[in-house]
Ligand binder design. Structure first.
Ligand SMILES: [Zn+2]
Length: 59
């Protein structure tokens, strides 16, 4: 039996499949709008727009 976790894209309200082995902190891509979303919570599933990846911004 496969447990399917589905979150909602904060950008376009689309249902985004996280997969059964999703982890907090994982980045998923919304299939509707292409936004990069960070998994903030598994239960209940919560997605947030991931900040763009930058390298060494603290320097
Ligand atoms: Zn979206």
């Amino acid at each position: 039996m496969t447990t399917e976790i589905t979150g909602v894209c904060p950008e376009c309200d689309a249902q985004v499949r996280l997969g059964a082995d999703a982890e907090v902190g994982e980045i998923v891509t919304c299939t509707e709008c292409g936004a990069d979303l960070e998994v903030r919570s598994i239960s209940p599933p919560r997605l947030e727009v991931a900040p763009p990846e930058e390298e060494d911004w603290g320097e």
